[in-house]
Design a protein. Structure first.
Length: 330
């Protein structure tokens, strides 16, 4: 079955065709990022206006890239939350219209659950329930116990900033630009991760996260040194030390969650899952703990519609359907 997925929860307008939940035939992502850059973050008004302008063309190119005619689509799948209200509204309304026009069923998908599915996408991916999932993106940092595609239970989450948000804010402090994650990672490669002992704040729940304190610690560290010039060795050491602390806490808590719920597999998803140091640490620390770690391919870490089409197919097989009265869940 060919599934057309649509994703518009943040600044991206994405459409993809996935065959029977496994094979990605096309994945088109159009980002309005360059229009947000000068503000250092996503401006919702700009995001949804661009999505309204581009969604029809993006869907057409996904179908074209997959060499698929409209009548061959068997199912439509769309993200209906969480995300930016106006942005979600564009995708959901478009998907409802297409579903009605083509007479094809529609399934709504949760954006965070779709990020988990990205790690299961691809012909050679093995998985068995239950498993633990770590979703680390610009808006969320959560640990989920996954017992089935529609049985996803949160067992830990951030109490303040999301992990990607912390990368973005620290990058801004260092004058690196936006989005910060890849820029911090690049800067960190040339720095000393043990130069400064930054630490993520403790949380009441052992599987919760807090990233606001470490961002403030970086700010004070910089203030005391009259800010580090971009490209200086101090900036590189700060980037490396910050990344080391954050990836350390992510790896430690994710593996602690696996131990606590006695699961042998950890699936990681979301933009921060593209981080090389996180992949490296979870690789070695997971092997030591006897936990199998599964990451999506780098392009499927970021927001995309292939993960939406894939999960939509699985939910459809389990009997899920959405109607014309589908709403957004911000
Ligand atoms: O999943 P995503 O594309 O969008 C959301 O749903 O939020 O994640 C975007 C986030 C941004 O905060 C970005 O800085 C972060 O993922 N990110 C990274 C890396 N690549 C993207 N963070 C750390 N290291 C990276 N290589
Ligand atoms: Zn996302």
């Amino acid at each position: 079955m060919y599934v057309l997925g649509i994703e518009t929860s943040c600044d991206e307008t994405a459409a993809a065709v996935v065959s029977s939940g496994t094979k990605v035939l096309s994945s088109v992502v159009s980002s309005s990022l360059k229009f947000h850059k000068k503000y250092g973050g996503v401006i919702p008004e700009i995001a949804f206006r661009m999505q309204l302008e581009t969604i029809a063309a993006v869907v057409d190119s996904a179908l074209k890239e997959a060499s698929l005619a409209r009548k061959e689509i068997g199912l439509l799948s769309v993200t209906n939350g969480p995300g930016l209200a106006g942005s979600l509204f564009v995708g959901v309304s478009f998907a409802k219209a297409v579903s009605l026009a083509l007479g094809v069923p529609l399934v709504a998908v949760n954006h965070l659950h779709a990020h988990i599915y990205a790690g299961l996408l691809g012909p050679h991916r093995r998985f068995a329930f239950p498993f633990m999932a770590l979703v680390v993106s610009g808006g969320h940092t959560s640990l989920f116990l996954v017992r089935d595609f529609d049985d996803v239970r949160s067992v830990g989450s951030t109490q303040d900033d999301a992990c990607g948000e912390a990368f973005d804010k620290v990058a801004k402090l260092l004058g690196l630009g936006y989005p910060g994650g890849p820029l911090i990672e690049k800067e960190a490669r040339l720095g000393d991760p043990s130069a400064i002992r930054f630490k993520c704040s403790d949380t009441a729940g052992p599987l919760d996260f807090s990233f606001s304190g470490i961002k403030t610690a970086v700010m004070y560290y910089l203030k005391a040194r009259h800010r580090a010039a971009v490209g200086s060795s101090l900036a590189r050491d700060i980037a490396a030390s910050f990344q080391e602390a954050v990836t350390g806490v992510l790896a430690r808590k994710a593996l602690a969650a696996c131990a606590r719920y006695r699961v042998g597999t950890l699936v990681v998803g979301g933009g921060v899952a593209a981080n090389g140091r996180l992949r490296e640490r979870l690789g070695t620390e997971g092997a030591r703990a006897g936990v199998r770690i599964q990451f999506p391919s780098p392009e499927l870490c970021m927001d995309n519609a292939a993960m939406v089409a894939g999960l939509g197919y699985r939910l459809f097989k389990k009997g899920h359907r959405s109607g014309i009265n589908l709403t957004t869940e911000v």
